[in-house]
Design a protein around this ligand. Structure first.
Ligand code: AMP
Ligand code: GLY
Length: 432
């Protein structure tokens, strides 16, 4: 198959890598890719958000499938435009991507579909929003409706913090149009996990569960990031919960969207909160609540989940993109995976770029997989080009083996101001 992958991060490197490991050989392209992806695919010189450039490339090159990594082109309607020229894409149309692009829309769909989630109220007026705070306990969660690069969610410990977040969004316009509506949401207590469900708009197959590490520092301290590591499976989601998540969360949403005229194809990513016994339970009394939906593969979850998949991945993606997905399309290997993000010091705040990365060859020899997140080739050298720089995945028979493999590989790598968490998978180890 001739396949174009859209995006330039660790997630897209993992998608390209997994396609390159299929039992049949594909003709792989990536727009715009990065230094690691360039070793496996032909680089296409178009930014992921540049819908017209990607459509022009597709028109000229006629791929069998386009796989869209990030949310921005999905929300902008890339898949809709490719459909107009008859090219199947893995990823939802714009009306489906609203599940990520508008938290109010996602809440509305969840309520209509009877999916368990935190109670929320929507406001455009800051005075009314602040008055509403009294109806919520503390902590309380304030969310900008639209895409805000992961910064639009504030978990407020005090009413003052909550009021400040509301004013930032509704009065100071700190998030622009994305913050023109705010959701005030009940706080959910518990442990988070990520479920990536592959769907063709009718059927859904759940990929193995995983857990992200959102905070920058060990012990889950410090500001939120795009994710500092992940592992799969996550013991917080047991196998018997997966069927309930599919029947009680994923399929009701897919059906509700269809009722509204959207055939949702691609990944429906459910960020879940698993509430401990005796903890606070929202709505239906379920122990599992949806925190958010994303319209794409998670990053870094993908780097931990895809190495565990066997079978013909391209065929699974094509089947989902064309309404023919079957349970057998997803084959899960009896293996555990752990991914550690290597970042540039300062991230998620400001950081420098352009540092030479050394030791990539030695790291690859350890048996771990080194995915590139933000890198750039410069002659024979590889330079840092983002906050999250590398995503290093170890696999093994046990979680300990997988984690050790990832850290052994990282031990070979160096660049100025390199930073990574040392405690990936700590929740799973604490349980055991
Ligand atoms: P979101 O972008 O909606 O995933 O929110 C980002 C992060 O904020 C989540 O991963 C949670 O850690 C936290 N969060 C969001 N909503 C809630 C909630 N209702 N209760 C507790 N934590 C939340
Ligand atoms: N790792 C969180 C996300 O992909 O949104």
């Amino acid at each position: 198959m001739k396949i174009l992958v859209v995006g330039s991060g660790g997630r897209e490197h993992a998608i390209v890598w997994r396609l390159a490991n299929d039992p049949v050989k594909h003709d792989l392209y990536c727009a715009p890719g990065n230094a690691g992806i360039a070793e496996l695919a032909t680089i296409v010189d178009a930014l992921a958000e540049d819908v017209s450039a990607i459509v022009a490339w597709a028109r000229a090159n006629n791929p069998d499938l386009v796989v869209v990594g990030p949310e921005a082109p999905l929300v902008k309607g890339l898949v809709d435009e490719l459909a107009k020229i008859g090219i199947p894409s893995f990823g939802p149309v714009a009306s489906g991507a609203r599940m990520e692009g508008s938290k109010r829309f996602a809440k509305d769909v969840m309520q209509a579909a009877g999916v368990p989630t935190a109670r929320a109220e929507v406001y455009t007026d800051s005075v009314a929003a602040k008055e509403a705070l009294a109806r919520f306990g503390l902590p309380v969660v304030i969310k900008a409706d639209g895409l805000a690069a992961g910064k639009g969610v504030i978990v407020a410990e005090t009413f003052e913090q909550a009021a400040e977040a509301i004013d930032d969004m509704l009065v100071a316009n700190k998030f622009g149009a994305a913050g023109a509506e705010v959701l005030i949401e009940e706080f959910l207590d518990g442990e988070e996990c990520s479920i990536l469900a592959m769907t063709d708009g009718e059927h859904a197959v759940l990929l193995p569960g995983s857990q992200d590490h959102k905070r920058i520092f060990d012990g889950d301290k410090g500001p939120n990031t795009g994710g500092m590591g992940a592992y799969s499976p996550a013991p917080v989601v047991t196998d018997d919960m997966l069927e309930g998540i599919k029947e009680g969360i994923i399929l009701p949403v897919v059906r509700e969207l269809k009722k509204r005229g959207t055939v949702y194809r691609g990944i429906l990513y459910a960020g879940l909160m698993v509430t401990p016994e005796g903890g606070k339970i929202a709505l239906s009394g379920s122990k599992v609540n949806v925190v958010e939906f994303n319209a794409r593969f998670g990053d870094p979850e993908t780097e931990a989940v895809l190495p565990r998949l066997g079978g013909n991945f391209a065929e699974a993606l094509l089947h989902a993109a064309t309404g023919r997905l079957k349970d057998e399309d997803i084959v899960v290997k009896d293996e555990v995976a752990a991914t550690v993000i290597v970042s540039s010091g300062g991230y998620p705040g400001s950081y420098d770029k352009g540092f030479e990365i050394k030791g990539l060859g030695e790291a690859a020899k350890t048996g771990a997989i080194v995915f590139h997140c933000g890198t750039k080739a410069d002659g024979g050298r590889v330079l840092t080009a983002g906050g999250r720089v590398l995503s290093v995945t170890g696999t093994g028979a046990t979680l300990r083996e997988a984690v050790d493999k990832a850290y052994t590989a990282i031990g070979c790598i160096s660049f100025d101001k390199m930073f990574y968490r040392k405690d990936i998978a700590h929740r799973a180890f604490d349980r055991a």
